[in-house]
Design a protein around this ligand. Structure first.
Ligand code: NAP
Ligand code: ZN
Length: 346
């Protein structure tokens, strides 16, 4: 066992605080990673505040992890000491179900092991990346291309793959009109990736405050949805909508902005149920879908795509003692566009 420094939650209401946690010994197929940076995803906040349901405390979250390989197990072949690597939302899966055998371990039929708050194969509860070290099975460790600086790579491990996967799956590309709803951590990556894929991108944000940013990320248009009649004026506009909103919202209004045969893919995961008038999808033969991160293979593809296209997130580097403030700022929409923790400050 390795005792390491971390920053985590001891209850749903107390601020996060410094903690010490145990990492398992490096097994034959494991990699020990010295973590350099960890991104703050809104899912970390939903989780520790128990907005999605009860969790196990103490809990160290964080599933946007980058660092260097510090030690490898005797059977490891994919990574070497000193390699630049990343870990996203998954650290294991059954490896035997139809989905795992198809390379879709994020859809594992027997329940994959999440990077935090999940029961690991040894029965312990996984603890995430707001920490100095983590031990992960080599199959769930990604290679971080040299072209992407460490702190810029961290948000790609969740925000990047969660937006890349539906954009690729639903065919964002030349001739496609894509809307991105919510310009936060996921949303700004969705804009950059969709633009790089060749789509025409519109940002749907609550206000005009981030308009200049949207245009600088390559969007052709930024619409303030809080203004009267804004969504109504966009009827039949988009082939694909990627929705990243983290709070309850009116889905029918967005469905009306789709063209016939268009699809609205939800990646945002508000804790509350949404109301839907089913006529919103029947007229125009529209599709309403959801998408959950992406596979390990697709995550590597996304990292390589971002390196090749020169895509990187906008990040604000923080020290560990700023994590609680960063949570409040994220919930208030005051993030441009991803907080990244320097783990040297833990
Ligand atoms: P974030 O940085 O906080 O961005 C969310 C954005 O949603 C905000 O920037 C804001 O955009 C918009 N928003 C927030 N509150 C709103 C409200 N009340 N009404 C309308 N719009 C609102 O969060 P994130 O890290 O990108 O995560 C977004 C959501 O995706 C979270 O629910 C998270 O748990 C989920 N998620 C899902 C997956 C998956 O695999 N499906 C993976 C990661 C995260 P504007 O200010 O531009 O309006
Ligand atoms: Zn996430």
């Amino acid at each position: 066992m390795l005792t390491v420094k971390a920053y985590g939650a001891t209850s749903a209401t107390d601020p996060l605080a410094p903690l010490e946690i145990e990492r398992r010994d490096v097994g034959p197929n494991d990699v020990l990673i010295a973590i350099r940076y960890a991104g703050i995803c809104h899912s970390d906040i939903h989780t520790v505040r128990e907005e999605w349901g009860p969790i196990t405390f103490p809990q160290v979250v964080g599933h946007e992890i980058v660092g260097e390989v510090a030690e490898i197990g005797s059977a490891v072949t994919k990574h070497a000491v000193g390699d630049r690597v990343g870990v996203g939302c998954l650290v294991n899966s059954c490896g035997e179900c139809e989905e795992c055998l198809d390379g879709d371990e994020h859809l594992c039929a027997n329940g994959n092991v999440g990077t935090y708050n999940s029961v690991d194969v040894d029965g312990t509860i996984t603890q995430g990346g707001y920490s100095t070290h983590v031990v992960v099975n080599e199959d769930f460790v990604l290679r971080v291309p040299e072209a992407i600086p460490y702190e810029k790579a961290a948000p790609l491990l969740c925000a990047g793959i969660t937006t890349y996967s539906p954009l690729a799956t639903w065919g964002a590309g030349p001739g496609k009109k894509v809307a991105v709803v919510g310009l936060g951590g996921l949303g700004h990556m969705a804009v950059k990736i969709a633009v790089a894929m060749g789509a025409e991108v519109t940002v749907l944000s609550r206000t005009d405050a981030k308009k200049d940013d949207s245009l600088s990320f390559g969007a052709v248009r930024h619409v303030a949805t809080g203004e009267d009649g804004a969504l109504e004026s966009l009827k039949r506009s988009f082939d694909l909508i990627i929705n990243t909103i983290s709070a309850p919202f009116s889905i029918d209004a967005y469905l009306r902005t789709l063209r016939p045969h268009g699809a609205l893919v939800n990646v945002g995961l508000p804790p509350e149920a949404l109301e839907l008038h089913i006529g919103s999808v029947i007229g125009g033969r529209k599709a309403l879908a959801g998408s959950n991160i992406g596979s390990i293979k697709e995550t590597q593809e996304m990292l390589d795509f971002c390196a090749e296209k020169g895509i990187a997130p906008e990040t604000e580097l923080i020290s560990a003692d700023q994590i609680n403030e960063a949570y409040d700022r994220t919930v208030a929409g005051d993030v441009r566009y991803r907080f990244v923790i320097d783990t040297a400050t833990l």
